[in-house]
Write a protein that binds this ligand. Structure first.
Ligand code: A2P
Length: 304
């Protein structure tokens, strides 16, 4: 049995999911099939990843072959920044549902707390070299997401990349509370304060890029000597230690892979436990270091 958490909506979410950011369209379908056959029941998607149609095709094949039921899966997607206008939100959600070939999403997240100018360009840049933002408040967008719950298109709603002040504001105007905040978390960016805040507010925190995602291989937590030493002690891999660390912190965690061996490896994390001392050794690696920060490319100091 894999561990689950209960969201503030009363719905359960498998703690471990398959990430699909940067999964190529050519391989993401097979990755999803491999994951489901391995035992994954949670897939994290987003419109902006550009691969939802291929994921939808794979899900359809799995359903048709009776390998899994829709009700057994937990599927998340995210509203892109160009689609924040309240009139666009339902269209964006329906487009995602069409691509994923689903009738409902388990979770729909506001991908970032900033509205971009609408249009087909994912990152509409102005002549000044900065992203073009739009005068749409996050409150208007949130109310449009609430309407999706009312309509039955999505079961739970939440946010991603929200900082504490954005969450505090959201909690003031939300009729439906955010179930999840999905942010970058690994031992180099442990997010202890945000974790405590979310726990206090009953918001489940999801760790994206739990292996460190980008960057020089040698700089990633996967290559950290402490992580490697703990892995050796348990005869597991550094990736398994990093995933286990997130699980034991009570987070949901969504490592991305399209490699069948690594998809299986990342799921083989339920038969060992990190000791309190090992958890603390991993905690001490925190250096507030993000690998995913679009501030420079957008020309907006998003996290500052
Ligand atoms: P691949 O898809 O080829 O397996 P994150 O989820 O932190 O963003 O990390 C994803 C990156 O880590 C991808 O480049 C992925 O490559 C790689 N990766 C996924 N699982 C493992 C693993 N078990 N060991 C090493 N690298 C992994």
């Amino acid at each position: 049995m894999q561990p689950t958490l209960t969201l503030n909506t009363g719905v359960t979410i498998p703690q471990l999911g398959l990430g699909t950011w940067k999964s190529e369209t050519a391989s993401v379908g097979e990755a999803v099939k491999t994951a489901v056959r391995t035992g994954y029941r949670h897939v994290d998607c987003a419109h902006v990843y550009g691969n939802e149609a291929e994921i939808g095709e794979a899900l359809q094949d799995l359903f048709a072959a009776g390998e899994v039921n829709r009700e057994e899966l937990f599927i998340t997607s995210k509203l892109w920044n160009t689609d924040h206008h309240p009139d666009t939100v339902p269209l964006a959600c329906r487009r995602t549902l069409e691509n994923l070939r689903l009738e409902y999403l388990d979770l729909y997240l506001v991908h970032w707390g900033v509205a971009f100018a609408p249009g087909s360009e994912k990152n509409p840049m102005g002549e000044d070299g900065r992203i073009k933002t739009e005068n749409i408040s996050l409150q208007e967008t949130w109310h449009a997401l609430e309407a999706l719950v009312d309509e039955g298109l999505v079961r739970s709603i939440g946010v991603a990349n929200y900082t504490t002040p954005l969450l505090i504001d959201l909690l003031n105007y939300a009729r439906i509370q955010p179930a999840v905040n999905q942010v970058e978390i690994h031992p180099y960016n442990a997010q202890f304060a945000l974790t405590e805040f979310c726990r206090d507010k009953n918001i489940t925190l999801t760790a994206y890029s739990p292996l460190g995602s980008f960057g020089e291989a040698s700089e990633k937590p996967l290559a950290d000597p402490v992580v490697k030493a703990i892995a050796k002690t348990h005869s597991v891999t550094p990736a398994q230690v990093l995933i286990r660390w997130s699980l034991q912190r009570g987070l949901t965690v969504i490592p991305k892979s399209t490699n069948p061996k690594r998809i299986a490896e990342n799921f083989a994390v339920f038969d060992f436990t990190l000791s309190q001392e090992e958890m603390e050794q991993l905690h001490s690696l925190d250096q507030h270091r993000r690998f995913v920060d679009p501030s420079e490319s957008w020309g907006i100091p998003y996290f500052s």
